[in-house]
Design a protein around this ligand. Structure first.
Ligand code: ZN
Length: 318
């Protein structure tokens, strides 16, 4: 196997009005708003990027906030949860901090030998905090809550896991890392070669009947890392040779992207690490100004009038 995937690059979801989204991810989950830009395909809508303090691949959760988005619902063929990795011993501080600000959570539970809690973002997107020895803290907030380094995993809800599992193992180089059934749900874990940030993926099948629907609180796509353009083009060729319908490379300003639909129905992307988020503003002030790609710069005055203003809550000290 020439190349393997090292883990997640980013996850993109849909939200309702942007202020509640910023308040939750920055104010409650202590993520950093690392880019405030627009949906390049629909520039009247924001595209907000959250990440760790250094805005690194494997920590980036992005949202298209639509003020009038109807509620989404997870179901087969969709990613149904995003998990952040909490360093060993950090989950208690998180539970105390969430209780302090009256944010409800479920758990703690144990899953594959790790402790986790689960909560919902303001639009109902399921967020998990999983304590793992693969995580390192990037610091602590004023009250001692560990500031996460990035993702632990995403969960994909599928009708049948087999073909997606084959893609992960035979093409991406993931290894099977466990299977567990509980309450009508079976969960299969896979870990990428390297075991770094965002290296796990869980596939679940469920007896619960649901028909998924894209909308506020649903995940739109899951992106994996490629170290550079050459590696990405290698993936495009490999995936096409396996019969996947892969898009041409698309310039997303902060990375280059290719997209394809995995066999279970989830939209996958492979995104390049370079150039990263400090390509159009300094690392120290990421996310503070509205950044537009060259093709939309002529719309700036108009966009600044129609996009709702956002106040960024105070995040962790950095
Ligand atoms: Zn993407």
């Amino acid at each position: 196997m020439a190349q393997t995937i090292s883990g997640l690059h980013h996850v993109t979801a849909i939200s309702g009005p942007p202020q509640a989204n910023v308040d939750f991810y920055v104010g409650t989950l202590l993520q950093r708003l690392v880019k405030k830009t627009v949906n390049f395909d629909d520039p009247g809508t924001y595209h907000l990027y959250y990440g760790n303090q250094n805005a690194e691949p494997g920590s980036i959760l992005t949202f298209f906030p639509f003020a009038d988005a109807g509620p989404g619902r997870a179901g087969p063929g969709m990613s149904s949860a995003v998990a952040y990795a909490v360093p060993k011993g950090g989950l208690n501080a998180w539970m105390e901090a969430l209780a302090e600000v009256a944010v409800d959570f479920d758990g703690p539970f144990e899953r594959f030998g790790e402790q986790l809690i689960a909560l919902s973002d303001p639009d109902g997107l399921r967020i998990e905090l999983i304590e793992t020895d693969r995580a390192v803290a990037q610091g602590t907030s004023a009250d001692g809550t560990p500031v996460d380094d990035g993702f632990h995993s995403v969960t994909l809800w599928l009708d049948t896991p087999d073909r997606t599992a084959r893609l992960l193992m035979d093409i991406f180089g993931y290894a099977s890392a466990g299977e567990a059934s509980q309450d009508g749900e079976t969960r299969y874990r896979f870990i990428a070669n390297g075991r770094g940030r965002g290296s796990a993926i869980d596939l679940i099948t469920s007896d619960a009947a649901s028909i998924g629907r894209q909308g506020a609180g649903s995940i739109h796509h899951v992106a994996f890392r490629a170290q550079n353009d050459d590696v990405q083009m290698g993936w495009q060729e490999t995936l096409r040779s396996h019969g996947f319908d892969v898009t041409p490379q698309i310039d997303r300003q902060y990375f280059n992207a290719i997209y394809f639909r995995e066999p279970g129905g989830v939209l996958f992307e492979i995104a390049t690490d370079p150039p990263g988020f400090a390509t159009d503003e300094p690392m120290e002030t990421l996310g503070q100004e509205l950044k537009l790609p060259a093709q939309h710069e002529r719309l700036r005055d108009q966009l600044e009038r129609i996009l709702p203003p956002i106040t960024i809550p105070k995040g962790p000290s950095r």
